[in-house]
Write a protein that binds this ligand. Structure first.
Ligand code: FES
Ligand code: FE2
Length: 402
């Protein structure tokens, strides 16, 4: 049975803290509408990297529910975001997912816009027509060390804390100058919150990700007290050494700020990259001069995840497209001078995250299939799933306040 607006408050209040959410949160069309409105239309969203639009006139489009957004490099080099909606009678303007243009020309009646969104010409309209009133509607844009974020709200939430917390880490990684080596798109048959929850715990890692568990120091610590002590010892040793070489590695927890978090992940002894054998796959990024750096992990809710060993960076954006379908786009970034086939092999560079993503997709889709059942009911989170509780609280608050 579909929810009605008056059911929402009751459903939100009925949530049992420490448990997964009730079925409608993962399947219902009205909840999906609210999610789009109060989460994805209101928060900062990661959409891509500046290396996708290096020259004035380079653009790409980003789909968010009913919205299409044009991200374009302007004449002066700055990056603009526009709703892809002509101010004449509303046609979409950019119909390709990416390209290069001198100006933005509507394909319907050929109104022409400057790259910064101002209306340049309107065919057959006379000189009395006030073009200044018909510029493209803008979205807010922030560029964080090469990563492009947009916000579609009239008044966006603050970005300063994210910038000051995460900027120095991305700077050390050399992300601003990085080049995109590869990207890949996935359509996942699962609600975006199941995908989010999956990425907020590593309870599933030991059984679900043999490759990830093989090189990461973390999954084992969950299993035994002795393993946990050993993992903590290794972590303390690594953190001390990294601090000495000036690496930003303090833990920013989503318990402190529900929107972003970061940590430096410790790899198992002898492993220096997130690759199938833990060995290097590309030249070091940024100004790094040694390989044993673990991996930088970042998250900015609702749609950005990032992990980077010393030699490459991997990041994704995620967007819900229906109540039970989520679009995910993954990027692999490398040092700008790294040459494919010479300095790195694409297959080796991408193998670790390709296999890990395929495993996560299968886990999320199985999760959705079970949640769809008449017998699904919220189940308890374990001791290593507390980040899901923080996320759930943040999420339900958005619906409550909305
Ligand atoms: S709808 Fe764009 S020019 Fe007419
Ligand atoms: Fe996973």
């Amino acid at each position: 049975m579909r929810l009605k607006a008056e059911d929402i408050d009751k459903l939100v209040s009925a949530h049992q803290p420490g448990c997964s959410m009730a079925q409608p949160f993962y399947v219902d069309p009205l909840i999906f509408e609210l999610d789009m409105k109060y989460i994805f239309m209101s928060q900062w969203l990661f959409v891509g990297h500046i290396s996708q639009i290096t020259h004035p006139g380079d653009y790409f489009t980003f789909a968010a529910g009913e919205e299409s957004i044009i991200i374009v490099r302007g004449e002066d080099g700055s990056i603009h975001g526009h709703f892809n909606v002509c101010r004449h009678r509303g046609s979409q303007i950019c119909l390709e997912s990416s390209g290069h243009v001198q100006t933005l020309v509507c394909p319907y009646h050929q109104w022409v816009y400057h790259l910064d969104g101002r209306l340049k010409t309107a065919r057959l309209f006379d000189n009395n027509f006030d073009k200044s009133r018909f510029g493209l509607h803008r979205v807010h844009v922030r560029v964080l060390k090469g990563l492009i974020f947009i916000c579609m709200a009239d008044t966006p939430p603050p970005f300063e804390q994210i910038q000051s917390d995460l900027g120095p880490r991305l700077q050390q990684q050399g992300l601003e100058a990085a080049k995109t080596a590869c990207s890949e798109h996935y359509t996942i048959n699962a609600n975006w919150k199941l995908f989010t929850e999956n990425f907020l715990e590593c309870y599933h890692c030991l059984a679900g990700h043999s490759e990830y568990s093989h090189i990461m120091n973390t999954p084992h610590e969950q299993e035994t007290a002795e393993g946990e002590m050993q993992a903590n010892r290794i972590r303390d040793t690594c953190m001390n050494r990294w601090r000495q070489i000036g690496l930003e590695c303090s833990h920013i927890s989503c318990a402190d700020d529900p929107v972003h978090d970061s940590s430096r992940i410790v790899l198992n002894k002898g492993f220096v990259s997130q690759s199938p054998d833990g060995q290097p796959v590309a030249p070091l990024m940024g100004k790094f001069s040694e390989r044993d750096l673990g991996a930088l992990a970042l998250m900015i809710r609702p749609n950005f995840w990032f992990e980077a060993p010393g030699d490459y960076a991997w990041g994704i954006w995620m967007m819900p497209s229906t109540p039970t379908t989520t679009q995910v786009h993954a990027f692999w970034w490398v040092h700008p001078d790294a040459v494919e086939g010479v300095d790195y092999e694409l297959q080796r560079l991408t193998a670790f995250w390709k296999v890990t993503m395929q495993q996560d997709i299968a886990l999320c889709e199985n999760n959705q299939a079970g949640v769809n059942s008449s017998r699904y009911q919220p189940g308890p989170h374990g001791p290593t799933e507390t980040a899901i509780d923080w996320f759930t609280e943040w999420y339900l608050d958005k619906l409550r306040l909305g």
